[in-house]
Design a protein around this ligand. Structure first.
Ligand SMILES: *Cc1c(COP(=O)(O)O)cnc(C)c1O
Length: 429
């Protein structure tokens, strides 16, 4: 009998244990579609009737999201296109714990409503004692929108011409600020702005003075800017957008401002990202004077910028928990990285591949520490490995340099070296 007439029945195929398991993971529609596609191939004579289950299983994705976990071997610690900071195991566990019903705004002892996200706020207060109060929104851009709306809608934000910054992908801070109905009062020049420039511009129309950290570029030569300390005392609030979310000084990144330092210097409010150097989930932090934070929290817009319980859980665990993957990568010992690169290259060369350990330079990236390079180590491979590694499982994204593919290890957790080796060997096979 013609094979094509022996297409197995859908209900029989769906009863296969592998497909029942896949249905639990991916839902019925996805599994039915994969089965229908395999049955079509049998009808067209491309597949044997006994291979329908196997073909359907092989065609199904591993999970119900199309987002794929990637090994970041680019040497850019905070890679915006790869989701910036990786969460710590503690933060991932916290997200899982909060995923179902959780006491995000419920007091279990009293059985009454409670302040939303109080655990994360307490952790922030503990991490930055210089801040009288804290509030969390979706991202730093949202924090800026909220502050601009609350303190300066219909009024002026005084800002240096040297700090009218584009962050990336066309996101320009001045355009964001103006979208709130605030007017920008630009002072100084691209390369030099002094306290006197701000002083001359501050008046009854001033909502606040904004300092924006030039987090993704550097201006060198005949330059000058007024510090937060110089601007405190002008009689109007000073808001500092520090960008990176560094809460305290980081000796490795001496030019990167930190929230505690900027508040001590006299800033009234600090805004920052949760997923840059803080190493947590995407979030926007607002830290500083109690009355100003409270006004932000009470504004109707705050509800539209509110973070969900998953973010609150991950943020709290990032603040209270062990070192983040970002901190591990930032503080990785260059000699240990070299040893890892040598071992990995040795394994690959031993399998006959053109692989060698080379020294490399990593960067912080993601809008942090422009111009800073971190000594790193990489495995150098022929460039032709780039595409198959990127599209393999797990995807390994390296960087091309001098006609070679570099697998930079600084942002790769040591525990993943075996997976990297496996991925490279799978390309060769
Ligand atoms: C990254 C950055 C932002 C934007 O932060 P998001 O959290 O991505 O919204 C704003 N300001 C500065 C100075 C930055 O570096």
């Amino acid at each position: 009998m013609d094979q094509r007439r022996r297409v197995p029945r859908t209900d029989t195929v769906l009863a296969a244990p592998e497909l029942i398991a896949a249905e639990g993971r991916l839902g019925r529609a996805a599994v039915r579609e994969a089965v229908a596609s395999a049955q079509r191939r049998v009808r067209q004579g491309e597949l044997g009737p006994d291979d329908v289950v196997g073909a359907a299983v092989a065609a199904l994705p591993p999970r119900a999201t199309s987002l794929r976990p990637v090994i970041n071997a680019t040497g850019v610690l905070l890679h915006t296109n790869l989701g910036r900071a990786s969460l710590s195991a503690a933060a991932i566990d916290a997200v899982t714990a909060a995923a179902g019903a959780a006491d995000v705004e419920f007091d279990l002892d009293r059985g009454t409503r409670a302040r939303r996200g109080r655990g994360a706020m307490d952790a922030l207060a503990r991490a930055v004692p210089a801040a009288e109060d804290a509030h969390v929104v979706n991202n730093n851009a949202a924090a800026l929108v909220l502050v601009a709306t609350v303190l300066a809608a219909g009024r002026e934000i005084v800002i240096s011409r040297g700090e009218l910054v584009e962050i990336g992908d066309g996101f320009r801070i001045p355009e964001l600020l103006v979208s709130t109905g605030a007017r920008l009062r630009e002072v100084g020049t691209t390369n030099r702005t002094s306290r006197a420039d701000y002083l001359a511009a501050v008046g009854p129309e001033t909502g606040f003075v904004l300092k924006v950290h030039p987090s993704n570029f550097r201006v060198e030569g005949f330059t000058g800017s007024a510090s937060v300390a110089e601007l405190a005392g002008l009689g109007v609030p000073v808001v500092a957008d520090i960008g990176s979310g560094l809460l305290d000084r980081e000796p490795l990144l001496p030019d990167e401002p930190d929230a505690a330092g900027v508040l001590r210097a006299g800033a009234d409010l600090v805004t920052a990202s949760g997923d840059k150097l803080l190493g947590g989930p995407q979030a926007g932090l607002l830290l500083g004077r109690r009355d100003l934070v409270e006004r932000c929290r009470r504004h109707p817009l705050a509800r539209a910028l509110r973070v969900d319980k998953l973010t609150l859980a991950a943020l709290e665990a990032t603040l209270r928990g062990p070192a983040t993957p970002l901190a591990e990568a930032l503080h990785a010992d260059p000699e240990a990285l070299e040893a890892r690169a040598r071992a990995l290259a040795g394994t690959l060369a031993g399998a006959g591949l053109d692989a060698r350990a080379v020294s490399s330079e990593a960067t912080v990236g993601g809008g942090g520490a422009p111009g800073v390079t971190l000594p790193s180590a990489a495995v150098s491979l022929p460039e032709r490995f780039a595409v198959p590694l990127r599209t393999g499982e797990p995807p390994v994204v390296g960087r091309i340099e001098g006609g070679r593919l570099l697998i930079d290890l600084r942002a790769v957790p040591g525990a993943r070296d075996g997976d990297v080796a496996g991925a490279v060997l799978a390309v060769r096979d």
